[in-house]
Design a protein around this ligand. Structure first.
Ligand SMILES: [Zn+2]
Length: 161
């Protein structure tokens, strides 16, 4: 096991959605089409050399969506949010597209209008982190990041008035 793989494994061991994949063979998600390349221990959109013999299994991202179990939770608060909802949603979707291309398990789950502001959920903490930085870069405001102790979940609060 090389160092990089080992590091990934160290992170994944805490995340119940990623934990067991290292022990499995090639897999293909019937929901979104992402594939797991067991030899490389990675997920990609590139497909498999031998897709026919790959296991059909929901990928961790689709499983989180099915379970309604986000890894990332963002609250976008403040009067600016109400007046610029379309621009903000565009930024969220564009940022997701960029992230998802390279990291297929990082996806937007839901964007909902709640009394405290827009609430956004993601399947991965990296996308949640990137969205926080994208909001700050595009619109300024103030942002806070709170990781869970095992770093499998992230809460982001962005506020601009
Ligand atoms: Zn999937």
């Amino acid at each position: 096991m090389d160092t990089r793989h080992d590091q990934l494994y160290q992170q994944d061991v805490h995340d119940p959605y990623l934990r067991h994949w290292h022990a499995r063979g090639d897999a293909l998600c019937p929901e979104c089409g992402v594939s797991y390349q067991a030899g490389a221990g990675r997920w990609s959109w590139e497909g498999l050399d031998d897709a026919e013999h790959a296991e059909r299994a929901l990928c961790p991202a689709c499983r989180r969506i099915a379970d309604k179990a986000p890894a990332g939770n963002l609250t976008l608060a403040g009067s600016f949010v109400k007046d610029h909802t379309d621009e903000i949603c565009n930024l969220l979707h564009n940022t997701e597209s960029l992230e998802k291309r390279e990291h297929p398990l990082e996806r937007l789950m839901t964007i909902t209008d709640e009394p405290e502001g827009l609430v956004v959920t993601t399947t991965g903490i990296h996308l949640a982190n990137r969205l926080g930085h994208a909001l700050e870069a595009a619109f300024k405001g103030h942002v806070d990041y709170t990781y869970s102790d095992d770093r499998t979940a992230l809460r982001v609060r962005w506020e601009r008035n």
